[in-house]
Write a protein of this length. Structure first.
Length: 455
């Protein structure tokens, strides 16, 4: 998976383009799933061991950042626009020695889970240690039982490092950590959506990643999403997304074209020539990449694009070109028209400012070879009551300063149409879906859980 949202071969000339391929896969998978379900606006949210990654799909399109920053470095490559924060199931939990407040991350246990795994070599509490103590996770079924987790070991470390310094019980310390994490993620999600000029009520939220379903209720509660969707394959959703992508190479080139609103036809034709010359140059590079992988030029679908902004503005937008060749005044007018259409979608129609003139900052050439996409499952729907064999038992679950009995269900044995009312826990070998009191979920024919708040 490459940074621009397509897959590339290991023979590619710029393998640096494969960074953050996991989270990007989740966005691509969300787009395909959204198209299947008829969702145009999707808030993608992915929680793994180290980070919380979110992206917005608006009217079935996601944005591409041309000069993204990572670890305070600006990268010269196109990247699916995402926002990330260092907060995941493996994030370390510490008490700040000065403020005596709980601090989460940004460093993480990663694959080592937490102190609850005796072979981890860790002695710092992680978020997963709190999950275990609160009854969220089954210590005997982590990764299907391949790794056994020690509840007492987690309690010991939480007591020493968090509970005793704060003068509270182990359970309240662990619950406080989870509430703090959920609150941070909720505010991060809300603020990022609002900062882009939208409201959560405009979106359906997809929650995935190995730890996503554990926290879905916490970071979506009260935000007012149209729907909250948790795929049964949440832990492998990013891999699913990688399989949804086309085989695609992409090259970009910076240009500097400024055309005032009422420029002469000659200026517009000259602008088209610069764009077309750049497309021709990039096409050769794209075709060369495909030839390295055994494809001929006729196998490749070329998709030219460009980056445009109003003159004087700071941010440009990436546009898929409405014309395959740029040569005439009519072609320029189509290029401008498509930009303004996209601008109105991203911001608003009233924000369009053609009087400022138009600036083309970059040209893009994408080459695509279509691939076979995964088939979204469609199963027969049954009644609301889950089958008896789907119930594993009952487990104590701590929330809001008290222990409650939570029904535990086997995720793979639940049938489409089944409804589960909290407090409940739905387990699989790869993830755990937590449904506290005040929430309910329904499994649909595509094996997607729909979480809702109930009173």
């Amino acid at each position: 998976m490459a940074t621009h949202g397509g897959t590339i071969s290991w023979k590619a000339k710029e393998l640096a383009r494969t960074i953050v391929s996991g989270p990007i896969g989740g966005v691509i998978g969300s787009k395909l799933l959204g198209e299947t379900l008829g969702y145009d606006n999707i808030a993608c949210s992915d929680i793994g061991g180290t980070s919380f990654d979110m992206a917005l799909i608006v009217k079935s399109n996601f944005n591409i950042a041309s000069d993204p920053d990572m670890a305070r470095l600006v990268l010269s490559l196109p990247l699916v626009a995402m926002d990330s924060v260092g907060a995941g199931a493996g994030s370390f939990v510490r008490i700040d020695p000065h403020s005596r407040s709980v601090k989460l991350g940004p460093d993480s246990a990663g694959y080592r889970v937490g102190t609850c795994w005796k072979d981890s070599g860790l002695d710092t509490v992680s978020v997963t240690d709190c999950h275990i103590v609160l009854g969220y996770l089954n210590p005997d079924n982590f990764l299907g039982g391949l790794i056994k987790l020690d509840v007492d070991r987690a309690k010991k470390h939480i007591k020493e490092q968090i509970a005793d310094p704060l003068g509270i019980s182990v359970e309240d310390a662990a619950a406080g950590v989870i509430e703090l994490l959920d609150l941070d993620l909720k505010e991060y999600l809300r603020s990022n959506i609002s900062a882009k000029g939208y409201s959560p009520s405009d979106f359906v939220c997809f929650s995935y990643g190995g730890a996503g379903p554990v926290h879905t209720y916490g970071y979506t509660e009260g935000l007012g999403f149209k729907d909250v969707v948790v795929p049964a394959w949440a832990a492998g959703f990013s891999a699913f997304g990688c399989a949804c992508a086309d085989f695609e190479y992409r090259y970009d080139k910076s240009v500097d074209i400024a055309i005032p609103q009422y420029s002469s036809d000659k200026s517009k034709i000259e602008a088209c020539k610069i764009i077309q010359d750049a497309w021709d140059e990039l096409t050769l590079k794209v075709i060369e990449e495909f030839k390295i992988n055994g494809f001929s030029e006729k196998d490749v679908i070329l998709r030219p694009g460009y980056r445009m902004q109003y003159m004087g503005q700071l941010n440009d937008l990436e546009i898929t070109s409405p014309v395959s060749k740029a040569a005439s005044v009519a072609d320029w007018e189509e290029i401008v028209k498509e930009y303004e259409k996209t601008y109105a979608r991203v911001y608003s129609e009233s924000a369009c400012s053609p009087e400022l003139g138009f600036s083309v900052t970059g040209v893009i050439m994408r080459g695509v070879v279509a691939t076979q996409k995964p088939v979204i499952p469609v199963e027969k729907e049954h009644g609301a009551t889950p089958p008896k064999e789907a119930k594993i038992g009952v487990r104590k679950f701590y929330r809001h300063k008290k222990w409650v009995d939570a029904d535990v269900w086997h995720m793979e044995k639940l049938l489409p149409g089944n409804e589960v009312i909290g407090p409940a826990i739905v387990e699989s070998d790869a993830t755990t879906f937590v449904i506290p009191k005040g929430f309910a979920t329904r499994l649909d024919k595509h094996r997607l859980f729909h979480l809702k708040e109930i009173k």
